[in-house]
Design a protein around this ligand. Structure first.
Ligand code: 3HC
Ligand code: NAI
Length: 708
């Protein structure tokens, strides 16, 4: 036992404190420290009960996730490793009380359930989130949780991975007492009440397990839900199997099955990908040239310019975080339309049970509509979301410079324009930055934070910190056309159109990518965003196209016919009144005719080629982006794709996926495409180099996390 675990005494009660900052993860050293403390409690006749508590912000956030990588790469032979410890605690004849605050997640909850009692601060959260890492509980969680909360709730918690509040846990019987005020004192008082009494073992409690005829429909419904809501993921189904074992097998055999399923999941590619996403999501906050202690600016009030699709959503984001917002537009009808949309969105959140009416009313109070720049002098930050056009944005920034106080952050939500040029409209480019929200802004988690060449470190650090406060994953990206996400998506979407021109159908292309795991196929995504947006951009940038390089054209033809997608009830698909996509034979016929007339070679396209062409188009552009330093790390690109573009997290994002396929193989396939389909498939130099060196994007990232 070292500094990680402290064993102290208060007369006949022992206190075991876990001190492994930041989250008290159960590393091997922590587990063995607890085991030693428990052994001392067992052998000390003067101790009649013990309290197990976490120091710092949490009880225990789970097993140490870093250990999993060591296990799967053969560097550690430990196995799940926590089962001997939880059994040792449960078998102790003296009662142990887990005192829970912050999070008791994964192995943390398993540890608490092996204790004989649990008390908790009302703000604590308890959960088995393992499926989010592509695994299942591996220290008896699937076998003990049902014994405390019943089958229904246990299946839900283990298969979906969402935590519950301490209050709910108390109502279910997972927590024995809620402690207001000092947790340790409350836990000690509880321990004194039960000291000297028998220590009930969770694994021997069977009264909540229910009858087979009650349980069968629960398991069937859970499997059905897992197949639809966690499509393509085996871990949730494995979690259901493990919980089901509680109803068919004795504890020891159930635990053994859990172990087998746990290890199978742990060694899967999905788990490795999801663990990569877990760490990458935390890594994005780390910017090499902007240290953690960089001064940040207070953002206590915000103004949003433009009350359209994005501006309205962005105003909601700030209001939801409790930050007052001025929402400005040019005329009353535009402002009224913006506010009506905000109200409609909030109303639907109330209907779906996401927010209470009271919460919504409080948020609406925080959004103050205006037609003037009058109060802008007071705000700490402005987000501009007017029409996409350099001239209009420059005029807005000139005005912002006139009205905003010194030091206020001036952000643009532009999706394509050059941040440096926008910044040049002001004499304070250091205060200008891009905050590229995704649509719908109040729903999508991703926020690309675009670093201008003059953006100050304080402004960048503030926006990164603010992203967390407003519930977003902020990823710092460099300034180029389309930044990271849209620049890559452009290649992906274009390839999808080429595939349709060459003989596939919108349905076949979308189905192949949906089967790959994308939340929505590329053509359906185009219909959702509006095909006219891309059409307008293509017209604007046509002069930059290289002569002789193939460009898609059937998408423009659809727009010429007024087929803009969902908004006109017709695009690549037809849409019914519920906005359900219906394949449109007319589109298929038209496209075929146009393509043949234009001499596009027609051929059979397998789902495999569809996936490879679309996904490798992302990967090849991602490699350019990485080499240019537009993204800091391959993992940053992955986080952008998982959070902003519906890329399946269980494949780890496009760059991780390419690494798992093997860059040599990806490069060879891209070379084939280059030979067959021409110039646009020229392999990115970084990809070619890594492929020849037998390296991965992850390895490249470790050596070169540098931004342009
Ligand atoms: N293992 C290793 N490191 C962990 C960790 C874990 N279980 N949980 C968090 N961390 C690290 C993070 O990587 C981060 O590191 P960094 O500072 O170097 O970037 C640091 O702890 C702080 O984490 P967050 O930034 O996420 O801190 P928050 O305060 O925002 O959130 C939390 C805290 C809610 C506990 C969140 O970290 C979390 O959800 N953690 C993961 C919980 C989890 O998945 N547990 C299950 C693990 S699997 C398991 O237990 C298997 C068992 O059944 C055998
Ligand atoms: P929109 O057309 O829905 O809204 C623009 C709003 O700005 C309108 O209400 C208009 O009246 C107002 N406006 C125009 N000039 C103004 C001025 N000088 N002062 C105040 N208000 C003014 O446009 P949308 O879609 O909201 O786009 C806004 C910005 O967000 C654009 O830069 C766009 O590229 C970007 N963006 C759009 C996304 C989308 O999916 N729609 C996604 C991410 C970024």
């Amino acid at each position: 036992m070292d500094d990680l675990i402290q064993l102290t005494r208060d007369s006949d009660i022992a206190i075991i404190t876990i001190n492994n900052p930041p989250v008290n993860a159960l590393s091997p050293a922590v587990a063995s420290g607890i085991a030693q403390a428990v052994a001392q409690v067992a052998s000390d006749a003067a101790i009649r009960a013990a309290v197990l508590i976490g120091g710092g912000r949490n009880f225990v956030a789970g097993a140490d996730i870093k250990e999993f990588g060591k296990m799967t790469s053969g560097q550690s032979q430990r196995g799940a490793g926590l089962n001997p410890l939880v059994l040792q605690i449960e078998d102790l004849p003296k009662p142990v009380v887990a005192a829970i605050h912050g999070s008791a997640f994964g192995g943390g909850l398993e540890l608490a359930m092996a204790c004989h009692y649990r008390v908790a601060a009302p703000t604590a959260q308890l959960g088995q989130p393992e499926v989010k890492l592509g695994i299942i509980p591996g220290a008896g969680g699937t076998q003990r949780l049902p014994r405390l909360v019943g089958i229904f709730k246990a299946v839900e918690m283990c298969a979906e991975g969402n935590p519950i509040s301490a209050r709910e846990a108390a109502s279910l019987g997972l927590v024995d007492r809620l402690i207001d005020g000092d947790l340790l004192q409350g836990a000690m008082a509880f321990a004194r009440e039960i000291a000297g009494k028998p220590a009930p073992k969770t694994r021997e409690r069977n009264e909540k397990l229910g009858a087979p005829e009650q349980n069968a429909p629960i398991f069937a419904a859970a499997r059905e839900k897992a197949r639809t809501k966690q499509r393509g993921m085996p871990a949730p189904l494995a979690a259901v199997d493990a919980v089901e074992a509680v109803t068919t097998l004795p504890f020891d055999q159930g635990s053994q099955l859990e172990q087998e399923l746990f290890r199978k999941c742990l060694f899967s590619d999905q788990s490795k990908a999801l663990i990569h996403i877990f760490f990458s999501e935390r890594e994005v906050a780390k910017i090499p040239d902007i240290p953690k202690d960089t001064r940040t600016l207070a953002v206590n009030s915000v103004a949003v310019v433009g009350a359209g699709t994005m501006g309205g959503g962005i105003a909601m984001v700030f209001a939801n975080a409790g930050i007052p917002v001025l929402l400005k537009d040019t005329d009353q009808p535009a402002l009224d339309r913006g506010l009506a949309t905000i109200q409609k969105n909030y109303l639907s959140s109330v209907k779906r049970g996401r927010f209470t009416q009271q919460f919504v009313e409080e948020r609406l109070q925080l959004i103050q509509p205006t037609l003037r720049y009058d109060d802008f002098a007071k705000v700490d930050m402005v987000v501009e979301a007017v029409f996409e056009g350099m001239a209009i944005k420059k005029v807005v920034f000139e005005q912002l410079d006139r009205v905003c106080k010194k030091g206020a952050i001036l952000a643009s939500n532009t999706s394509t324009l050059n941040i440096d040029e926008i910044a040049s409209a002001t004499p304070r480019p250091e205060s200008v930055i891009g905050t590229h929200f995704f649509s719908p802004a109040n729903v999508m988690r991703l926020l690309e934070i675009v670093r201008g060449k003059a953006s100050s470190k304080e402004v960048i650090a503030t926006c990164m910190q603010l992203s967390k406060k407003i519930g977003k994953v902020g990823v710092l990206v460099g300034n180029c056309r389309g930044f990271v996400g849209n620049r890559m998506f452009h290649q992906y979407g274009r390839e999808a159109v080429f595939l349709v021109e060459e003989g596939s159908t919108p349905q076949a292309v979308d189905q192949a990518l949906s089967n790959f795991g994308m939340a929505l196929g590329p053509l359906a995504t185009g219909d959702l965003a509006g095909l006219d947006i891309g059409w307008r951009i293509r017209k604007e940038y046509r002069h930059l196209e290289k002569p002789g390089v193939r460009q898609p054209f059937v998408n423009d033809r659809l727009c010429e016919l007024g087929r803009y997608g969902q908004k006109t009830t017709a695009g690549w698909y037809k849409y019914d009144e519920n906005r359900r996509a219906i394949p449109d034979p007319e589109v298929n016929e038209m496209v075929r005719k146009w393509a043949i007339e234009a001499g596009v070679p027609q051929h059979n396209l397998s789902p495999e080629e569809i996936v490879d062409r679309c996904i490798y188009a992302l990967v090849n552009e991602g490699a350019h982006i990485l080499e240019e330093g537009i993204a800091l790390r391959a993992g940053d690109i992955d986080i952008i794709y998982v959070n902003g573009y519906g890329f399946p997290a269980y494949r780890g994002g496009p760059m991780w996926y390419a690494d798992t396929v093997g860059l040599k193989k990806v490069h060879e396939r891209i070379c084939d495409f280059h030979r067959q389909y021409g110039e646009l498939w020229k392999p990115a130099p970084l990809l070619a180099r890594l492929a020849s060196e037998g390296k991965t994007f992850s390895e490249f990232t470790k050596e070169h996390a540098v931004m342009a």
